[in-house]
Design a protein around this ligand. Structure first.
Ligand SMILES: *[C@@H]1O[C@H](CO)[C@@H](O)[C@H](O)[C@H]1NC(C)=O
Ligand SMILES: *[C@@H]1O[C@H](CO)[C@@H](O)[C@H](O)[C@H]1NC(C)=O
Ligand SMILES: *[C@@H]1O[C@H](CO)[C@@H](O)[C@H](O)[C@H]1NC(C)=O
Ligand SMILES: *[C@@H]1O[C@H](CO)[C@@H](O)[C@H](O)[C@H]1NC(C)=O
Ligand SMILES: *[C@@H]1O[C@H](CO)[C@@H](O)[C@H](O)[C@H]1NC(C)=O
Length: 423
């Protein structure tokens, strides 16, 4: 009987009065509150902190300021408040440069240097390094603010570039091993370790074959098992943190085998490049918004057929890529994309949805220079406070401009929540 208390959430995309008159007048929504069709994690809302330094620029604009894992101002009062507003906010630390990060611990033989511009480096930057002093500060901050942390490990370490973006050879686990060991010795709690960033399929910048990746995941899993012996809770293992590619993902699950990868993390940038002049048009176009459902559907099939022990997470999703769309990703209209994504992903049994970014770029929930929340911050917070884990089916006759998603409520009250109605 738990479902009689349900929360109803309506997102209206209405752009022309004719559509309003014609289709919304006879909209009929039927919510089946008897059964849930999917279930999210308790902490579905997640946001990322990236490694991009302040001199990462796109389209003659440098919107990152000091918002990276390495230099974010952890003492800024807005930052702690914004995280604490969620009570427990999931944060995923990762991004393009993560596969070039070294950890300054153990037998690291190279000096610990910061990222610098380097034309021959991946994404135009040299390798970077995380000092343990900074790691200590970060963990103190995460503990104080109640953040639930996913850390993305460097999955290219020890491999060699073999042409056309393809990287070959076994992963060198030594630096990650020492880093995890240090983390445990300090009592820092990591919810999940993630392996690699955008190396799946054809990759973005670099790629690694699924067979090799699966082998390395078995190895990483055994390191976690060994280092966390008698330590509870043991973090879960996430991979590959990249774009969905059917055969690559299938093979990864087949090679790594039962219960190695706990969740498949995939990335979504379904609005195209940040300088696309049609961003707003795409955000308000139901056909465009619907296209990505094929990815969610296929991924859930991939899991069911090849690795039913794993769940699906959106590990990084910012709408528009290359730092987001100026004046779009940081404004009200972006919530039409973001809230629709949260609803759609949950329907396909996605457990966690990580927004790129919590802070940094044009798509930050917080503005990277002022730390003031952007509109999507409040969308994330409303979702987190109102929407429960149980996803309900919504049927009936309605225009595709009316986006409707229903969940059991978090608080046990019946709520009607209408987010946007644009005439
Ligand atoms: C939900 O359950 C009630 C009570 O068991 C039943 O009367 C009703 O037909 C069910 N509704 C649907 C849509 O299955
Ligand atoms: C989903 O799977 C179908 C059937 O295999 C395929 O035709 C389609 O291209 C896939 N789409 C995506 C986005 O993976
Ligand atoms: C953003 O919008 C403001 C106000 O409409 C405008 O002044 C500014 O030039 C825009 N900036 C960009 C990068 O489009
Ligand atoms: C942050 O806010 C400032 C001041 O309002 C604005 O000029 C800037 O464009 C914003 N930056 C981003 C990345 O949204
Ligand atoms: C970052 O933001 C601050 C505050 O708005 C500004 O003073 C500073 O110049 C910015 N730095 C960079 C590298 O953009």
């Amino acid at each position: 009987m738990g479902f009689q208390i349900s929360l109803f959430f309506v997102l209206l995309l209405v752009f022309s009065t004719s559509i309003l008159a014609q289709d919304l007048d006879d909209a009929r929504l039927v919510i089946d509150a008897n059964t849930t069709i999917a279930e999210t994690d308790d902490n579905y809302i997640c946001a990322t902190i990236d490694w991009w330094p302040h001199d990462k620029c796109n389209y003659n604009q440098c919107p990152w300021n000091f918002s990276s894992v390495i230099n974010l101002d952890l003492s800024h009062p807005f930052l702690a408040n914004a995280i604490q507003a969620f009570k427990n906010l999931r944060l995923r630390l990762g991004g393009s440069l993560q596969d070039q990060v070294l950890y300054d611990v153990g037998n690291l033989k190279t000096p610990c240097k910061q990222f610098g511009k380097d034309k021959s480096g991946l994404f135009g930057f040299s390798k970077g390094c995380l000092h343990m002093k900074r790691w200590d500060e970060l963990n103190k901050f995460f503990k104080r603010t109640g953040a639930v942390v996913t850390f993305g490990l460097n999955a290219l370490h020890g491999r060699h570039h073999s042409g056309r973006g393809s990287w070959k050879g076994d992963w060198d686990s030594s630096n990650a091993h020492d880093f995890i060991k240090y983390t445990i010795s300090k009592g820092y709690r990591i919810d999940s370790w993630e392996f690699g960033n955008e190396l799946s399929g054809k990759g973005v910048g670099a790629s690694v074959g699924a067979k090799q990746y699966g082998k390395d995941l078995i190895h990483l899993n055994s390191i976690i098992d060994e280092l966390y012996t008698d330590i509870e809770p043991k973090p879960i293992l996430l991979a590959p943190g990249g774009f969905y590619d059917k055969s690559w993902f299938e093979q990864l699950l087949q090679v790594s085998g039962p219960r190695v990868v706990n969740a498949l993390t995939h990335h979504i940038y379904n609005l195209g490049p940040g300088n696309d002049h049609n961003l707003i048009k795409k955000i308000l176009d139901p056909d465009h918004l619907n296209k990505i459902s094929a990815t969610f559907r296929n991924l859930s099939l991939t899991i069911r057929m090849n690795g039913p022990w794993a769940s699906a997470w959106v590990g990084e999703s910012g709408g528009a890529y290359n730092s987001g769309g100026p004046n779009v990703s940081d404004t009200f209209v972006d919530s039409f994309w973001y809230l629709d994504q949260l609803g759609m992903a949950a329907k396909y049994d996605t457990k966690v949805y990580c927004r790129q970014t919590f802070i940094g770029g044009n798509y930050g929930l917080l503005n990277a220079s002022t730390f003031v929340p952007n509109p999507d911050f409040y969308s994330a917070l409303l979702w987190h406070r109102l929407m429960g884990k149980g996803v309900l089916d919504v049927n009936g006759h309605r225009s595709s401009y009316l986006r409707s998603y229903a969940h059991c409520s978090k608080e046990r009250v019946r709520t009607l929540f209408i987010t946007h109605c644009l005439h």
